[in-house]
Design a protein. Structure first.
Length: 65
């Protein structure tokens, strides 16, 4: 019934989550700040958690088709 919006939402979640995970990993490997004004020990886990949740939501949207 609502396949179009579900696929669009899944694509947005998956792309955002994958990009956030890749960006966070690259910044952490170079010891560059992940978020301005936040300690790296706090910013990296929070960004990884947000990226993981986004990827999980995208996968969940695709599984509901």
């Amino acid at each position: 019934m609502e396949i179009g919006p579900a696929v669009f939402a899944a694509a947005v979640f998956l792309l955002f989550g994958a990009a956030l995970l890749a960006w966070t990993g690259a910044r952490a490997l170079h010891r560059a700040p992940v978020a301005e004004g936040v300690r790296q020990r706090v910013a990296v886990p929070v960004a990884l958690l947000a990226g993981g949740v986004s990827v999980a939501l995208g996968a969940w949207c695709l599984s509901r088709l």
